[in-house]
Every structure is written in structure tokens, then in C-alpha cells.
Design a binder for this molecule. Structure first.
Ligand SMILES: NC(=O)c1ccc[n+]([C@@H]2O[C@H](COP(=O)([O-])OP(=O)(O)OC[C@H]3O[C@@H](n4cnc5c(N)ncnc54)[C@H](O)[C@@H]3O)[C@@H](O)[C@H]2O)c1
Ligand SMILES: [Zn+2]
Ligand SMILES: [Zn+2]
Length: 393
């Protein structure tokens, strides 16, 4: 089959690889019909490159049709499923507590990390990903999200990651009717988080340096700003001088405007893998401007909810301010399955209350994935969300 493979920092290519096969009775194989490209994939071709290996198959936002079903998968050939990006067993202590991204059956203990993730480096189990024609879905008996045929793929495919991640971020931010929230980063995660917070009744400020991302958010009733000190001052003014009740960071480790973290990331990119891993595991490689701005902006006693991925072991944090302002922080990989019952009715609602229909800017054949990655990374051609279509070629 054809698959998009990691070949080095900033380098992915479509290669012919072996078809996946059933390894456990709880597995299924799907023919992938849609597969999202995520901001997290950009981390894998840059900062987290030392944890990737040549030939690793990328992708953790897939959906498709079952073409082969393991005897204990509970699924049958022809079923249409969305696949969560985290692989969870559904019956360990963590899964029993709905902490699916910490599943103890699939945890990557040798790296000290949580549940295995599809297409996500040695840190998360080096599991082959879903930017491919076919995908082996481990623990499909629990993980698979069965969907009907009422809607096209683009309504459902984001149940794999974007929608539950944004939903968890907003739930952790704990805002509702009459509250205020600022969302840093209007990539796909921030777009959906902002719309969801609005759907829950909050007044939402969206912050991003990229004009077309602000424009997309503005179409959904979000009050938009570019990043920087002036925005912080203005938003404090608009919220009684205090700052919003919550701030959601949907930027992550590659924030623009962080010269020190940027220099360390660039330097780490030139080191051999083992040395670069050591730097990441012992130093602060994150670009922290969005997170530090979030802490600055949030009101005293408010909540900072971090959806963006961070990776440095000793990234400096303003603990005095965090303590003095009495800030609550929540963060983590999304526990995808926990939120599906909340989300499915919204996704299937013909009136599209979350605006899922207005997110994909580029749907391209798998063969064009390398150019699409570049367009997404460089924010060219108004690219906000790419979905790969392996059926189209
Ligand atoms: N927690 C989870 O389970 C989970 C799941 C999926 C994605 N993520 C993470 O969420 C983050 C966002 O993902 P995405 O797909 O939306 O990616 P993205 O790269 O498209 O979005 C990031 C956005 O942040 C903006 N930005 C950069 N610097 C900024 C700054 N200083 N202030 C304000 N905005 C700034 C960029 O312009 C961009 O629009 C990534 O870190 C990704 O790894 C986390
Ligand atoms: Zn993703
Ligand atoms: Zn489990």
C-alpha cells in the first residue's frame, strides 16, 4: 500500500510499504477514506524529530471502512469507523476512570509516557499511523467510533482528535453562560475550542498572528486579536481590568515570538538523535510565549487550560505569578472516548451548531501529502486544515 512516511526533519514522502495485518483478535484493518493532518504532525517533523525513525508512518486522525475484522473486535467488514488518536484498552484502571490517554495496557513504560498513540514517534509506541491507504486499528473493540452514513467524512473525521481535544480543553477551562475566555492559537484546535466555548454561552476572544485564521474565527462570532502586549492590555480592559475567567492555550511548543526556545529547538534539530533526546529530556526546549501570555492574561483565580503540546523537561515557568494569581491549570492529551457521547449529537445535527463544515481548507489525495504538509506548516494558500484522501490517489 501507499503511506506517508517520515524521512527526516522537515521531510516526509509517500512510499510503498507492506499492507498491515491483523495481529490481535481485537484488531481491525480499515481502508482509510479520510485522514487529517494535525499541528502535532508538525512537531514530529521538527522539535520531536529525534524520536522519529526513517519510514515511520505518520497520521493519527483517520476514519474509514473495515476491510478485515478480528474475531474479538465486535466489528464487521463494511462498518464505517472513526479511530481515536489514543489507543486505549477500555478495561484497565485508567480506562475505568475515563483517563483513556493514560491507558495502562498501552502505556509506553520504557519512555515513561502515557497511552500509545497512532503515528506518534518512539515517545508514544512507534505505532504505524493512518496517513495511508490501510491502517491496523489496535484495540478496535473499545476504540472504534462507529458512525452511520448520514454525513460525509468531514463531519465525522474530527471525532478522532480535533473535536474531543477542543472539547476537553473547554471543559477543563470550566466556562459557561456569561463567562469570558481567551483562546490563544486559531489553528484547528483553537478554532473548534473557540466555537465550542461560544456554544456553551461564553464570550470568546480568539488570538492568532495569522489573518485568515482570525477571519475564520470571526465568521463564528469570535472576537479576534493578534498576539502581543497590546492585546493583553485591551482584553484586560474589556474584562473589568481583571482578565478573562479562563485562557485556553491551543498553540503549543512552537509558539511564534519565543527567541530563546526557538534557538534551542533549532540547535537540537542539528544534534544526533541520542544527544537531542537528552536535550529535550533535561532542558527547556519549548517556545513558551503563548503559555506565558496566557498566565499573564487570565484573571486572578482563573483557569489556564493547555491543549497545545509541550515537551521540554525543564521549561521555565513564572511560578511566582502563577501562585500569586491563584491560577488553576489543567492540561494533557485528550481522553478521546470520554467526550464522544457529548459530541456525536452536535456533529450529526443538520444545523451544524459547532460549524464543523467550515474547517477543512484543503482536501488532497495522499500522493500530494508532502506539499500539503509544507503548505500547512508555512500557512501558505490560506491553509488551516488539511485532510488527506487516500482513495483519490
Ligand atoms: N492535547 C491534545 O490531546 C492535543 C491534540 C491535538 C493537538 N494538540 C496540540 O494543539 C496545538 C494546536 O494544534 P493545531 O492542529 O491547531 O495546530 P496549528 O499549528 O495549526 O495551530 C497553532 C496556531 O497557533 C498560532 N500561534 C503561534 N504562535 C502564537 C502566539 N504566540 N500567540 C497566539 N497564536 C499563536 C499559529 O499561528 C497557529 O494558527 C498543537 O500543539 C498540537 O500538538 C494537542
Ligand atoms: Zn491531531
Ligand atoms: Zn486501558
Amino acid at each position: 500500500m501507499k503511506a506517508l512516511t517520515w524521512q527526516g526533519a522537515d521531510k516526509v514522502s509517500v512510499e510503498t510499504v507492506d499492507d498491515p495485518t491483523i495481529e490481535q483478535p481485537t484488531d481491525v484493518i480499515i481502508e482509510v477514506t479520510s485522514s487529517g493532518v494535525c499541528g502535532s504532525d508538525l512537531h514530529l517533523i521538527s522539535v520531536l524529530a529525534p524520536y522519529m525513525n526513517e519510514g515511520d508512518i505518520m497520521g493519527h486522525e483517520p476514519m474509514g471502512r473495515v476491510v478485515e475484522a478480528g474475531s474479538e473486535s465486535g466489528l464487521k467488514v463494511g462498518d464505517r469507523i472513526v479511530v481515536p488518536f489514543n489507543i486505549s484498552c477500555g478495561h484497565c484502571w485508567m480506562c475505568d476512570h475515563s483517563l483513556y490517554s493514560q491507558c495502562e495496557t498501552t502505556q509506553v513504560t520504557e519512555k515513561g509516557t502515557g497511552a500509545s498513540l497512532l503515528g506518534f514517534s518512539e515517545l508514544y509506541g512507534s505505532v504505524p499511523g493512518g496517513q495511508a491507504q490501510y491502517l491496523r486499528v489496535p484495540h478496535a473493540d473499545f476504540g472504534a467510533i462507529k458512525v452511520g452514513n448520514e454525513h460525509e467524512d468531514h463531519r465525522y473525521v474530527f471525532l478522532s482528535d480535533v473535536l474531543p481535544t477542543a472539547w476537553q480543553g473547554v471543559k477543563y477551562a470550566d466556562v459557561g453562560e456569561g463567562d469570558t475566555i481567551a483562546v490563544y492559537g486559531l489553528g484547528p484546535i483553537g478554532q473548534m475550542a473557540a466555537r465550542m466555548a461560544r456554544h456553551m454561552g461564553a464570550r470568546v476572544f480568539g488570538i492568532d498572528p495569522v489573518a485568515e485564521r482570525r477571519e475564520m474565527a470571526a465568521r463564528h462570532g469570535i472576537e479576534v486579536y493578534t498576539d502581543g502586549a497590546d492585546t493583553i492590555a485591551e482584553l484586560k480592559d474589556l474584562t473589568g481590568g481583571r482578565g478573562p475567567d479562563a485562557v485556553l492555550d491551543a498553540v503549543g511548543m512552537e509558539a511564534h515570538g519565543s527567541p530563546v526556545g526557538g534557538a534551542i529547538q533549532t540547535a537540537a534539530g542539528f544534534l544526533p538523535d541520542a544527544v537531542a533526546q537528552k536535550v529535550i529530556e533535561t532542558a527547556g526546549v519549548d517556545r513558551l510565549s503563548a503559555l506565558h501570555d496566557s498566565i499573564d492574561l487570565v484573571r486572578r483565580g482563573g483557569t489556564v487550560s493547555i491543549s497545545g503540546v509541550y515537551g521540554g523537561a525543564t521549561s521555565p515557568m513564572p511560578l511566582m505569578t502563577m501562585f500569586d494569581k491563584q491560577i488553576q491549570m489543567r492540561m494533557g492529551q485528550c481522553n478521546v472516548k470520554k467526550w464522544i457521547s457529548d459530541l456525536m449529537p452536535l456533529v450529526e445535527d443538520p444545523s451544524d451548531p459547532l460549524g464543523v463544515d467550515d474547517l477543512v481548507t484543503h482536501r488532497v489525495p495522499l500522493s500530494e501529502a508532502p506539499e500539503a504538509y509544507k503548505r500547512f506548516r508555512d500557512k501558505e494558500d490560506n491553509c488551516i486544515k488539511v485532510v488527506l484522501d487516500p482513495v483519490a490517489g
